[in-house]
Design a protein around this ligand. Structure first.
Ligand code: GLN
Length: 486
């Protein structure tokens, strides 16, 4: 599909209607979904109704915003009133939210056209979308491979052109890693920039909603639309929100001095040499574009993974206690008493990975182990944040690979949870510190699979990340390559 700017021009010049654009996306979805399976629910009626409303506004001569009439997909862990929201889990198979999440309500007000809800790892726990209780989403660049996860459905849908932009959520990398695997742009905002109201909670101190796009500009436009203070989310930041698309300039020199630090610890063992080469070349190009490059050290980065895998399951075990067969979703009816009903509901409603996390989290929080695990993890979390503080005293933006490899084959890691967890090595510290991070395409490996470059910024410096990403994109234009499938 075309970019937001192009579609907006077509709409206001009356070259095309919003209904025609929505229909193009829906047709594309019907054509690709049998192979790709990015969507859990497609919502043609909703999309066409929203598109008709945009057309009516245009017909009446009303001014429309940039997102009006733009087809968008939503990860299936954001509540959409009247539209099934499964979170990739059996336990929410028939859950139809009675309310709208803040992000989707903002997008609806902006006139965006919702084409559907995308597949994901159950409760956003995973890195390949293989933990979905429903289906396997394929990577549009190679159907034998995973799209990454947990927001794999959203990343695949954008890469394949089933929609223009999409929303994902990122607790430890779930926007950036699938963006990297699918060759699109994904941005995890500063913790608190985007409201979590109506996002099904996984690990509340880490979860953030963010945009996927095929271009930096599209990503920036979507971020501007969803960011901002929300009294319904107690961790929401009350700060002014810029128009992120306004500060994009093709040349880094145009914005004055920019210091970029390459994180030393992310190179070396376990890093695929092709990924390393692509990232190194990208850093050289950033230098040519005007950035000052240095190498910085974040020695505690490597404790991110064990720290995360205590904190995230602990928070998850508390958050997921609400799925008891009483309040929402699935209930096992064949129980003789309440306790048995809870047990059977949860045993049947949750998948293996979710149960594993609940058990790890419950253990880490239990009396006698709390100090040894959870409290310790919180302390290490502070040390990791200190590493970032020290690095950001020397540089403005940090760069490293988004993931140590390109997309792997479906089934390759499902038997070995630890090897799956290892793939999150480079994204997790960013969530632990609450910082903004984004993944942008920086090349392709010998099999033609996309490689991602991660940019990390200071708190609330999304604009700066987008500026760097934009300058890089203009110089490389990796985003002009499409998977054959699209
Ligand atoms: N892969 C990580 C996990 O399984 C991160 C997931 C996410 O960011 N939601 O927890």
């Amino acid at each position: 599909m075309a970019s937001i700017r192009e579609l907006h021009q077509q709409l206001i010049k009356k070259e095309r209607t919003a209904v025609e654009i929505a229909q193009e996306a829906l047709d594309h979805i019907s054509q690709l979904e049998p192979k790709l399976k990015s969507f859990l629910t497609v919502t043609p009626e909703k999309a066409l109704q929203q598109a008709r409303e945009v057309d009516a506004k245009i017909a009446q001569g009303e001014e429309i915003g940039p997102l009006a009439g733009i087809p968008i997909a939503i990860k299936d862990n954001m509540c959409t009133e009247g539209i099934r929201t499964t979170c990739g889990s059996r336990i929410l198979e028939n859950f139809i939210p009675p309310y709208e999440s803040t992000v989707t309500s903002k997008l609806a007000d902006a006139g965006a056209v919702f084409v559907g809800k995308t597949n994901m790892d159950e409760f956003a726990m995973g890195s390949s979308t293989e933990n979905s209780a429903y289906q396997l989403t394929r990577n549009p660049w190679d159907l034998e491979r995973v799209p990454g996860g947990s927001s794999g459905g959203s990343a695949a849908a954008v890469a394949a052109g089933e929609c223009v932009v999409a929303l994902g959520s990122d607790t430890g990398g779930s926007i950036r890693q699938p963006a990297s695997f699918c060759g699109v742009i994904g941005l995890k905002p500063t913790y608190g920039l985007v409201s979590r109201y109506g996002l099904v909670a996984y690990a509340s101190s880490l979860d953030q909603i963010g945009p996927f796009g095929r271009s930096v500009e599209d990503t920036a436009i979507l971020l501007s639309a969803i960011a901002g203070y929300d009294p319904k989310d107690s961790t929401s930041l009350n700060v002014p929100i810029p128009d992120y698309s306004k500060s994009l300039k093709p040349n880094l020199k145009a914005r004055g001095q920019l210091r970029i630090g390459v994180i030393k610890e992310t190179f070396g063992e376990g890093l695929d040499p092709t990924v390393e080469a692509a990232v190194t070349t990208a850093v050289e190009l950033l230098q040519e574009l005007g950035a000052e490059i240095s190498v910085v050290s974040c020695p505690r980065f490597r404790y991110g993974l064990p720290t995360y895998y205590i904190i995230a399951p602990s928070e998850a075990s508390a958050n997921l206690a609400r799925y008891d067969g009483v309040k929402y979703g699935f209930r096992s009816e064949d129980a003789d008493n309440l306790l048995e009903m809870y047990g059977k509901t949860r045993a049947r409603g949750f998948g293996t990975e979710v149960k594993r996390r609940i058990m790890v989290g419950t253990y880490a929080l239990s009396a006698g182990y709390y100090d040894a695990y959870y409290l310790k993890a919180q302390k290490v979390r502070t040390l990791i944040k200190e590493d970032f503080d020290r690095a950001f005293a020397q540089v403005d933006v940090l760069v490293c690979p988004t993931a140590p490899t390109t997309a792997f084959k479906a089934g390759e890691k499902t038997e070995d949870p630890l090897s799956m967890y290892l793939g999150d090595l480079m994204t997790i510290p960013v969530n632990l510190a609450g910082l903004p991070g984004m993944s942008i395409p920086c090349g392709y490996d010998e099999k033609g699979l996309p490689i991602g470059l991660q940019l990390i910024g200071r708190v609330l410096q999304e604009s700066r990340l987008l500026e760097v990403a934009y300058a890089y994109e203009q110089a490389t234009q990796w985003n002009l390559r499409f998977p054959k499938l699209a």
